[in-house]
Structures are given as structure tokens and as C-alpha cells.
Design a protein around this ligand. Sequence first.
Ligand SMILES: [Zn+2]
Ligand SMILES: [Zn+2]
Length: 224
Amino acid sequence: MLLLERLIRLYAPHCCLGCGAENDVLMCESCRAVTPLVPSRCYRCRSVTREFAVCELCRKHTALRQVLVATHYEGVAKELLHKVKYERGRSGIVEMVELMAPLLHLLPQDAVFVPVPTATSRVRQRGYDQAVLLARAISREWGLDVADVLVRLGQAHQVGSNRRDRLLHLKDAFRTQRTARIRGAHVVLVDDVLTTGATIETAARVLKKAGAKRVDALIFSQAG
Ligand SMILES: [Zn+2]
Ligand SMILES: [Zn+2]
């Protein structure tokens, strides 16, 4: 492939991942309209609940109260996310937000969005964090605040910390910064994909400890 062609591929609009139509977007409106959405359910056990509430039984195991999920991690939605994450297709954030938009009316107007940060090595490779971009794009659309309160910790941060910090310094854990913005607040974690739920559950615990009144989550897709 010619260098110029590669540059154009990198920066110029792509074809629709679903139908191949050339129309400046990674997922066209028609393909978005037929993307299967996740029904309202408990994210842990998948029993049917109202407005994506965590069911009574699962509440014993998680600090999260409501986990809104837009679509399934499969098909064109999965391809779209892969483009955004691994192929520098950051324009695809717009289509991701479109798919999440029907869920936004379930959130209170005073909620604060907190992106779930991606591991820093991956962000360095790519130059951006898709969860942060997603949270910012949704907040622009919906007029809610974003607070970059969570910091992702790797294994290399274990020196010179006290006991409490060491507990938080487990692999894939988080610490918090500038927590004044979430003290007493209704926080909504924003992430791109939900697998076991361990990441958002850890993040929710950390945010509760930092003073958040309630923690929910808004996720683009759920695997499995
Ligand atoms: Zn299409
Ligand atoms: Zn449940």
C-alpha cells in the first residue's frame, strides 16, 4: 500500500462496517437502527429488571445500583469498538454515543460521569483513552459533568505506600484524585465493554470510599 493511501486510510472517513456504504461514518444510520440493543436487565445475573437496576440478590455483591448497557459485544458493534480501540478510528466514538443515547434519559441531571481509565501502556500506544473520549462526548451531548477522578494503577507503583494504598495498588486497581468533585455525588462510570464486571465493581468500591453517594455505570457493550 502506498504511503499516501495509508495516510488517507488513517485520517479520512471510512466505509460503514456493516453494509460497506461510503458515507463518512463507521456505522451508518440504517446499520445502527438494526443493531440489537441489550434489554433492561441486571448486568450480573441477567434477570429482567426495570431500568437496568441491579437485582436484589446481586446487590449483596456489588456497590453498583444500576448498570446501563447499550449493545452486545458482537457483530458490527464489536467491529466499531475495535476500530476505535486498535485502529485509530476515534471518529467512531460518535456512532458509539448514538447507540448509547437512548439510555441517557435514565440518568439524573446532576450525575457526574467518571471514565474508567484504560491501562496506561495501551493509551500510550494509541495516544488516547477511548473511555475518556466516550465520557466527554456523552457529556457534551447531555450536558453532564465529567470528572477524571480515577487513575489506573499498574504493578510498578508499589514503592513507599502505606497499607491502604498497597491494597489499592493491586494489579488493575485504581486510585482516586481530585475527589472533591464526587463527594456526595451520584457518579456514573463510563466504559466501552463489560466482561466479568470486576473492573467496574472495583472502581465503584474505590469511588464509594472516596465519598460518592451512589455509583452507577453506563457501558457501550456487554460481552457474552
Ligand atoms: Zn451501514
Ligand atoms: Zn442480578
